[in-house]
Design a binder for this molecule. Structure first.
Ligand SMILES: [Zn+2]
Length: 283
């Protein structure tokens, strides 16, 4: 019974999805309240329009939104579907990570916690154009310490150091390379465009990503963020003719790129290495 719950079975995937959606519910509170400098612990959830506190059956992830038909039980004001969306997304990510890792061990938790930090960054940056230090710097610490518990990453070899220390060293290197790289882009970009190319929040986020992924996967994530940013932002800028005004928040792309790398980083790396061959076959 318990063995079944720890590996990939329909039951374990369902249980992990349900637990994941509870974390999604907490993430909603974090995303909504933290930028407003309100407590994420108290008071409990309430309707944003009439202020009536939600009772237990109105506070179940995903299900309550469906039961209430997306409206407050007291005043009938509409709730944003995004709350249920984030709950479903977080549940799905937990199930996907279990399926990916094959068992509930530390790597599963490491990547799920990483995902939660990235979801908070994604929506806060989208809504408010900020990446809070409480999120990125806490993530940096959790990523560095958690790396000690990960299996050997094989991206750093120093004689005499065991796996935990090597992993932490790789994470520290990743955090420094990420922060250094984004800081350089900020300095050069600001000089060339004569306006801030990216914010200090993005530099701290890069450090957090490097800490969770280690230096090699971190580099792939940074590279992928700029590709995603270019592919999505350039057509938007051309369509709206915004030209530099109202830049798309880079943190949202970095969050997506980081999760893709956590899941499929090795495949992305192989694909990038094989590019010259692909190009050669075309020409
Ligand atoms: Zn209400």
């Amino acid at each position: 019974m318990f063995d079944d719950l720890l590996t990939t079975t329909p039951l374990s995937l369902t249980v992990v999805f349900l637990y994941g959606s509870l974390f999604g519910s907490f993430l909603n509170v974090v995303i909504y309240r933290m930028p407003l400098e309100r407590s994420i612990v108290a008071p409990g959830s309430a309707c944003g329009t009439c202020g009536t506190p939600l009772v237990w059956w109105q506070n179940i992830p995903i299900l309550s939104y469906l039961l209430l038909g997306g409206r407050c039980h007291t005043c009938g004001a509409g709730f944003s579907a995004r709350y249920a969306g984030i709950e479903a997304l977080t549940g799905l990510a937990a199930a996907l990570l279990l399926w990916h890792h094959g068992e509930i061990g530390y790597p599963f938790f490491h990547h799920f916690v990483f995902f939660c930090f990235l979801v908070a960054v994604f929506f806060m940056d989208l809504d408010h154009w900020i990446i809070l230090d409480q999120v990125s710097l806490t993530g940096l610490a959790v990523g560095l310490l958690g790396s000690a518990l990960m299996p050997f990453r094989e991206d750093l070899m120093i004689e005499g150091l065991g796996t935990p220390l090597l992993n932490v060293a790789s994470s520290l290197l990743g955090a420094m390379l990420g922060a250094g790289f984004f800081w350089s882009v900020q300095v050069i970009g600001t000089l060339m465009a004569r306006q801030e190319a990216l914010g200090t929040g993005d530099i701290k986020l890069a450090a957090m990503i490097g800490a969770f992924l280690g230096w090699k996967m971190g580099m792939i994530a940074y590279f992928l963020s700029f590709i995603l940013g270019a592919v999505v932002a350039l057509p938007m800028m051309l369509l709206h003719r915004r030209r530099g005004k109202d830049p798309v928040p880079l943190g949202t792309f970095m969050a997506v790129a980081a999760f893709l790398t956590a899941m499929w980083g090795h495949r992305i790396f192989e694909f990038l290495l094989a590019w010259p061959e692909h190009l050669g076959a075309w020409l």
